[in-house]
Structures are given as structure tokens and as C-alpha cells.
Ligand binder design. Structure first.
Ligand code: TXA
Ligand code: MG
Length: 319
């Protein structure tokens, strides 16, 4: 089930099987974006509500017009700047985007991932007549997203092996939080989900002020109040509150490395930078569950960079 072979992954996807794929953000559970039967199994494998739309992953920004029409100029220049990379554009769909992909909406989400294995796979498939792959994060619905092949196997291994599906191992994800989702319907960029491409990046690049986040309007499952959650209870605390907690061996700590670990507490993450924090966050939450910890104390990072995305995920994990 687990493979390093891009050719085997491409053959399986063409034949209608699922294949978990590495991307720079998190692992995705991929299916041929033009195969409704395979796509239905993506929802089944994840236990995801069937009206939640999926992101279409493509090999090159040059193919964007196959999926999205009437794209605003600012959005097109954003894709030229940040693709391949952790940016997803939601725009008016063409007929290529199936209802099972868009959840019946008149918009579709598209991105070009920045992972050499994913890109080679997408290019091979494009030449073979598969124009794109849908790929939601390869976790059980509501759980923490996977940043390694092991995480995918822990969540979905039973399902995938029972159905002869594959996991393409591309090592650890370098970004660690899901892509920034930007709604591109008119002159104002609207961020539906923060990610490593920050609103400051988008504002300074487009010269256009960002509209308010409108996560409730189109469906974004990552925008549910409770999501990205480990089994352990996640408590967001300030650095000063931290040292008032009576800690014991059932308590873990996630924080930047300048935060001192309280007595007996299990240190799960000591990140040197906000980028490191993002990259290792989900693995550290999964580690807490492997250790059977009851509680994870989290001191959230600050800043207007990927810290905003981290804070967003932490709030939902703590809900
Ligand atoms: O980094 C990522 O984006 C990862 C990797 C695998 O590419 N994928 C990912 O997929 O996070 P998923 O399905 O877990 O999250 C995609 C989000 C969902 O919250 C979904 O509701 C939203 O994108 N989405 C997809 N199509 C949309 C649309 N047409 N309008 C609004 N939101 C949409
Ligand atoms: Mg997800």
C-alpha cells in the first residue's frame, strides 16, 4: 500500500484507485478529479460530509483556465507569484469542475502544490489525460491533518489497504499547515482560510486591501468551530498563565523555544521560528495522543506571518 513509485501512483489513480500524496502543506487523499466514483470514495474514506467541496490540484498555473473562468487580474498575478505553493484560489467554475468536487456550488478551488513528487505525479497524469487531482487532507474528518506518510496510515491505513489504495511516501511536509484559501470573484481578495501565504503578503503583492474573512458564506469544512483536533484536550494559555498550572506527567506543552517547560510537563514542541512551529505542530499533537496525554497546554505564537494560520488552527483544536 505504501510506495515510493510515482509511476505506480499514477497508474493507480488512472485506474480509479485513491492515493494519498505528499504536498508541501499536508498529505492529501487524491483521486482523479474527473472520476465521480473515485471521488465518492474519498468522502467515504475520510467520513467527510458529501457536500463539502474539494480542492483540485493541477500541474501548472497555465492550466488554471481549464477550471476557473473570468479570473480577476489580481488573482492571476497572485498565482504567478505564489504557484507552485501553499495558495488555493476559489473562482467561478468551468464545466470541467464536477458537482461532486464543488459541492454543487458555482465556484471551484484550485492549487498547484510545491512538492517535487506531487508535481511530477501531476505532470505525468496530465500527459496521460488526467487533468487534475482532488485531494482533501488525508485524515479522518475533523482530526489533525497528516504531515507524514505514517500519519496517513494511522488515520486511513485500514480503509486504504482494504480497498487496494496507495500511500505515496514523499517524506515530511515542509510547511505543515494547510494552504491559504483566497476567494477571487471580484476586485477584492477574501481570505477563507489563513495559511503560509499571509494576508500581508497578498495585500502588499496585489496592492488591494483584503476583504473580511467570509468563511461562513461558501462551505469551508476547516472553518467549522471544532476541527484539526487531537484526542487530548487542547488549552490555549499565555506564558504567564502557564506557570500557574499544576502540571503533571499527563500534561504536554507546545510553545516557542523561549518558553520554559513547567515541572513534569512533557515538552511536545519547542519551535525556534514560527515556520518551525507550523511545520511541527500537527506531529506534536499526534505525539501527545500516542503518549496518551490528557491535556496539551499551548502558548500560541504571535506575528502577522504564518502565526495567523497557526492561531486559527489552534482555536479550532481547542474548541
Ligand atoms: O493545503 C491544502 O490545501 C491541503 C493539501 C492536501 O493540498 N488540502 C486541504 O484540503 O486542506 P481540505 O479538503 O482538507 O480543505 C479544503 C478546504 C475545505 O475547507 C473546503 O471546504 C474548501 O477548501 N473549499 C473547497 N472548495 C471550495 C469552494 N468552492 N468554495 C469555498 N471553499 C472551498
Ligand atoms: Mg482538511
Amino acid at each position: 500500500m505504501r510506495t515510493n513509485s510515482i509511476d505506480s501512483a499514477a497508474a493507480a489513480l488512472q485506474a480509479g484507485y485513491l492515493c494519498a500524496i505528499p504536498t508541501e502543506t499536508v498529505y492529501g487523499l487524491a483521486a482523479d478529479a474527473t472520476n465521480p466514483t473515485a471521488i465518492a470514495r474519498v468522502f467515504e474514506a475520510k467520513g467527510r460530509p458529501s457536500d463539502h467541496p474539494l480542492i483540485v490540484h493541477i500541474a501548472d498555473g497555465a492550466y488554471l483556465g481549464e477550471w476557473i473562468r473570468d479570473i480577476p487580474e489580481w488573482a492571476l498575478s497572485l498565482t504567478k507569484k505564489f504557484w507552485p505553493g501553499p495558495l488555493t484560489i476559489v473562482g467561478r467554475r468551468t464545466d470541467a469542475a464536477l458537482n461532486v468536487v464543488t459541492g454543487g456550488q458555482d465556484t471551484v478551488a484550485v492549487r498547484v502544490p510545491q512538492h517535487p513528487v506531487a508535481l511530477e505525479l501531476l505532470r505525468n497524469l496530465y500527459s496521460a489525460g488526467v487533468p487534475g487531482l482532488v485531494a482533501p487532507s488525508a485524515n479522518r474528518f475533523g482530526h489533525v491533518s497528516p504531515t507524514s506518510a505514517e500519519h496517513v496510515l494511522a488515520d486511513l491505513g485500514d480503509y486504504l489497504s482494504a480497498h487496494d489504495d496507495l500511500v505515496l511516501d514523499g517524506g515530511l511536509c515542509s510547511v505543515g499547515v494547510e494552504s491559504t484559501i483566497v476567494l477571487a470573484l471580484d476586485h477584492t481578495p477574501v481570505i477563507l482560510r489563513p495559511g503560509a501565504v499571509s494576508s500581508a503578503d497578498i495585500e502588499s503583492f496585489t496592492g488591494t486591501p483584503i476583504g473580511l474573512t467570509r468563511a461562513e458564506t461558501p462551505r469551508v469544512s476547516g472553518a467549522l468551530d471544532s476541527h484539526y483536533a487531537p484526542r487530548a484536550k487542547v488549552l490555549l494559555v499565555s506564558e504567564s498563565e502557564l506557570h500557574n498550572f499544576v502540571t503533571h506527567s499527563g500534561v504536554g506543552l507546545i510553545a516557542r523555544d523561549d518558553v520554559v517547560t513547567p515541572p513534569q510537563c512533557v515538552r511536545l514542541l519547542a519551535a525556534n521560528t514560527n515556520e518551525d512551529y507550523a511545520r511541527d505542530l500537527y506531529a506534536s499533537m499526534r505525539h501527545a495522543d500516542e503518549l496518551g496525554l490528557e491535556t496539551i497546554l499551548v502558548v500560541a505564537p504571535s506575528g502577522d506571518d504564518v502565526a495567523i494560520a497557526i492561531n486559527d488552527r489552534l482555536k479550532r483544536a481547542a474548541f
